[in-house]
Write a protein of this length. Structure first.
Length: 359
């Protein structure tokens, strides 16, 4: 174990003991807020301290077995060798788990998201690709048991979407999909291409956390322009008879959100405000991240062909994620919703980056 990680775990163990003493202090009685704050900290640190103590015990066992390895009895030496190999495996697993526990948890990881997909360069083919991406994420969500709700859509002339915004509801949605933000590039022969030439098109994907009420971003009514209009598309005759659709413009930033899927104007407004807050929070996060680092791997681009986080090459059946140099030759299955073998390496890379920052 690296010295920096060991020192951090030692400090957390000391803090765990300190918080335990504070919680037992009679003077804390009647101070419910402080008691709750300390209790939450104690519960957050406890798995780390328990794991670290178990790790130290394994290290002590390893030292004891090492002494046996030099015994004069060949049988004892053989047993010691077997035990050393088993302990080395257990120590490696324990260390990996401690490192995982050390990584700061994103408060949004267990929550829902807004998924925004927009056609970029490539005209009609980009819109068709946007539809393919939306189906890919929808099928993945169905496989896990998540629920997909379309918030607004702008269909392409020849299929797909110029823009589609949806809300995905389920446990751990953000933790799974938060690395999907960026420019996705497709290389294939469009159905409308008579000469069989391969075209390159792009879409941008944005993953925004669905904010809980406790994270409410203050927005003044004076900063909002609210327009109502008649919804179009699916929804029966009702949506075409009332001005139930909502368009909200945040004047200071120019951010515009729309919602037309609900029959109730009140529900559409509530959904649109939630989406607006999510976009404003995302913009603030990106501003802070850009101030802290000149380059970010997981950044949404402008949608140019030269920008991409991932390439879907249909003639070769190949998918490449350029951020982690991962290439998979299972494009058909992945586009069909089998995303786990793609998402898991991204999560591991993120954890490695977070651990490097801790060190």
């Amino acid at each position: 174990m690296r010295d920096s990680i060991r020192r951090r775990l030692e400090r957390l163990t000391e803090r765990h003991e300190e918080v335990g003493r504070l919680l037992a202090d009679p003077s804390l009685q009647g101070r419910s807020d402080r008691f709750r704050e300390l209790s939450m900290e104690y519960a957050r640190i406890e798995p780390l301290t328990i794991g670290f103590q178990a790790f130290l015990t394994l290290e002590q066992d390893q030292r004891s077995v090492a002494a046996m390895a030099s015994d004069a009895d060949p049988e004892i030496r053989s047993m010691a060798d077997d035990e050393q190999r088993a302990l080395a495996t257990r120590i490696a697993l324990a260390e990996a788990e401690l490192q995982r526990l050390l990584i700061p948890k994103d408060v949004h990881d267990e929550g829902n998201i807004y998924l925004e997909i927009r056609a970029g360069a490539g005209g009609d083919e980009a819109a068709i690709f946007a539809g393919d991406l939306f189906r890919m994420y929808s099928r993945y969500a169905d496989n896990i048991g998540w629920r997909v709700e379309i918030v607004s859509e702008n269909r392409g002339e020849h299929g797909g979407y110029r823009e589609v915004i949806s809300r995905i509801v389920g446990q751990g949605v953000y933790s799974k999909l938060k690395f999907e933000s960026g420019t996705h590039r497709v290389q294939r022969v469009p159905a409308t291409e008579a000469q069989g030439r391969i075209h390159t098109s792009t879409c941008t994907v944005a993953i925004l956390p669905d904010l809980a009420e406790i994270e409410d971003i203050p927005i003044s009514d004076a900063d909002l322009k609210v327009d109502t209009y008649r919804a179009s598309g699916a929804g029966g005759q009702h949506v075409n008879k009332t001005d139930s659709a909502i368009r909200i413009t945040h004047l200071p930033t120019g951010v515009v959100v729309e919602c037309q899927e609900e029959r109730s104007q009140h529900k559409n407004r509530s959904r649109a405000m939630s989406l607006l807050k999510a976009r404003l929070l995302q913009a603030e996060r990106e501003k802070q991240a850009n101030q802290q680092a000149s380059a970010r791997k997981l950044q949404v681009g402008r949608g140019d062909r030269s920008e991409r986080i991932r390439t879907y090459n249909f003639p070769q059946g190949r998918l490449t994620d350029h951020r982690i140099e991962l290439t998979l030759y299972r494009l058909e299955a992945i586009v069909g919703g089998a995303l786990d073998e793609l998402l898991a390496p991204l999560a591991r890379e993120y954890e490695a980056e977070q651990l490097a920052e801790l060190e």
